[in-house]
Ligand binder design. Structure first.
Ligand SMILES: *Cc1c(COP(=O)(O)O)cnc(C)c1O
Length: 371
């Protein structure tokens, strides 16, 4: 949650209506009885977890996934109702807090289950199953062992589900599609073997899985993260018509000047003016989460026109070339990210993913919510 007060320096606007639209469209692309588990880890991918969860809760979402216990408790403290699943690790010393706040913990391994559940029966848990991600969970290749472990710990806690995670569901590559199918098959097979437990939550799909592979599974629950925020799992994916980024990042022009030819701009003198140029300074830098790799590479939008970044991005400021843009003045609004040039597009310029771009927008950038 953000406590930074709003000033017109560097800020993010979240379009709540678009968030609702994304949820509805994503849902309409899945089978009728699909339940959405909203993945709001990492402060809802930088969008603000308490606001996003409250909004989704009002829209009928009652399943949430977070990465750690602090995120989970924060949601409970702001009144979120329903299931909150921690899809990552919680130190076993915090077992009593899991119970106190009615939070569901992922069992990341048998060893972990043993430690967490020793002397404590009342914890709500779900078992992670590793079908090929190689991250957490019991290895699905040894199905007998999985069945034994699930049965054993179902008796020792309030086990209400099992889940796995797909590793290449966003890829259109034939071998990747086969791999995803194999992951889903292994998981469903295991789910059948433990059907006598009547587990409430059996889930294997992330956004890419839900969009491109939901026909391959009987699971009712889809864990949706990135697509809710209107971004793509991978740059080459196409999202259903109408899904669009909910986040806009803005700053202003703090200073404007004309610079002679052959002058350097910024640290390291990496940019030299080729002619007299109009240079604007913006009060946003890498400490705000604006990636420094965009130095001499990225651009911002002023009056809808592209202004290239010149020189290195500083901690709190950057400089852009506005020579070709008319009617610019100090105080003018500048767009860093919007629905036309989104985090996916920015990420592509520097070889990363949209997820990282939005997660990295730092806490000192206030988020405001447009209802
Ligand atoms: C982050 C995460 C998701 C959400 O993935 P998206 O690609 O954002 O939909 C789902 N499940 C698990 C286990 C995750 O870690």
């Amino acid at each position: 949650m953000y406590t930074t007060r709003f000033t017109r320096r560097s800020w993010v606007e979240i379009d709540c209506v678009q968030l609702e639209t994304n949820l509805k469209i994503a849902k309409s692309h899945m089978s009728d009885n699909t339940d959405i588990m909203a993945v709001i880890k990492a402060d809802a991918y930088g969008h603000g977890d308490t606001k996003v969860a409250t909004l989704l809760n009002k829209l009928g979402v009652t399943l949430f996934a977070v990465s750690n216990i602090d995120e989970a408790i924060l949601l409970r403290e702001c009144g979120i109702k329903g299931e909150i699943l921690i899809i990552g690790y919680t130190p076993v010393e915090l077992a009593s807090e899991l119970m106190k706040y009615d939070i569901t913990q992922t069992l990341v391994s048998e060893e972990y289950a043993e430690k967490l559940l020793t002397g404590k029966m009342d914890i709500k848990c779900q078992f992670a199953i590793d079908t090929g991600m190689g991250r957490i969970g019991i290895n699905a290749c040894d199905i007998d062992r999985c069945v034994r472990a699930i049965n054993k710990y179902a008796d020792r806690c309030k086990l209400n589900g099992i889940f796995t995670h797909l590793s290449v569901a966003d890829s259109a590559d034939e071998s990747d599609i086969l791999f995803t199918k194999k992951q889903i098959d292994m998981f469903e097979n295991l789910a059948k073997c433990v059907s006598h437990l009547e587990l409430e939550y059996i889930h294997c799909l992330n956004s890419a899985g839900g969009l491109y592979h939901s026909c391959c599974t009987h699971n009712k629950v889809v864990r949706l993260g990135i697509v809710l925020y209107g971004l793509k799992p991978d740059y080459y994916n196409t999202l259903p018509e109408g899904i669009s980024p909910v986040l806009t990042w803005k700053t202003v022009i703090s200073a404007l000047k004309t610079v002679d030819a052959n002058k350097s701009i910024g640290y390291g003198r990496t940019f030299i003016t080729s002619k007299p140029m109009k240079i604007a300074t913006l009060p946003t830098g890498y400490a705000d989460g604006y990636n420094r790799a965009l130095s001499n590479k990225g651009f911002v939008l002023i009056n809808g026109q592209k202004a290239p970044i010149v020189g290195r991005i500083c901690m709190d400021q950057m400089m852009v070339d506005v020579t070709e843009i008319d009617h610019v003045k100090e105080g003018d609004e500048v767009v860093l990210l919007n629905d036309k040039f989104g985090a996916d597009d920015m990420a592509r310029l520097i070889g990363t993913i949209g997820y990282e771009v939005v997660c990295n927008i730092s806490k000192r950038v206030p988020r405001i919510y447009i209802e």
